[in-house]
Design a binder for this molecule. Sequence first.
Ligand SMILES: CC(C)(COP(=O)(O)OP(=O)(O)OC[C@H]1O[C@@H](n2cnc3c(N)ncnc32)[C@H](O)[C@@H]1OP(=O)(O)O)[C@@H](O)C(=O)NCCC(=O)NCCS
Length: 182
Amino acid sequence: MNHIWSGNKIRLRAIVASDWEKFHQNDYDSECARASDVVHFPRSEEGTKAWAEHQASKAPDGDSVMLAIETLDGVLVGSISTHSCDPRHGTFKYGAAIFREHWRKGYASEAIMILLRYYFEELRYHKVTAHIYAFNESSIALHKHLGFVKEGRLRNMFFTNGQHFDEHIFGLTSQEYKKLRS
Ligand SMILES: CC(C)(COP(=O)(O)OP(=O)(O)OC[C@H]1O[C@@H](n2cnc3c(N)ncnc32)[C@H](O)[C@@H]1OP(=O)(O)O)[C@@H](O)C(=O)NCCC(=O)NCCS
């Protein structure tokens, strides 16, 4: 049986309410929060539970989605989400975060390729971009490794840790994606 959301190491699945605890633990990794989003106010356990319950029960928001990344034996290792999905132009953006103890096992790479397959081959999207803060060397290395094209650098787009940082834009078209897979 071929499950389109599964790879060799991980699968993508909907977030469920019981995922709250691992996401809550990950809230203490401010470096990860800064690299993938922003550093937030502290969140209570009740707050994270309510967030996970909401993720688990909410209706889809157009083509934007947030999915859990779990190993094939069911360990939650991170999440991946799409946003700014524009079906008219066929463009979308995404972000991924793997919990620190699971880095460098190929999980993000596989999760991204599974996600791209769905958007390019099922939803008919044409172009994806990843917007990466200039200090995020891991993500820049990841996107080079995956074959994304560096398309530009926007100056002073993000403020954290007392200063502004540039943003790198990495992109991939559906044709480039097909070549990578062939
Ligand atoms: C960036 C991130 C998602 C990478 O996840 P990962 O599962 O460790 O990535 P992978 O194992 O798939 O890495 C694939 C390749 O990318 C490159 N790479 C990934 N992380 C790297 C790092 N820290 N340093 C150098 N190269 C790196 C390597 O070429 C790696 O292959 P290799 O391990 O065989 O050398 C992870 O570090 C993370 O969650 N960071 C915090 C959140 C974040 O930055 N999200 C991205 C926002 S744009």
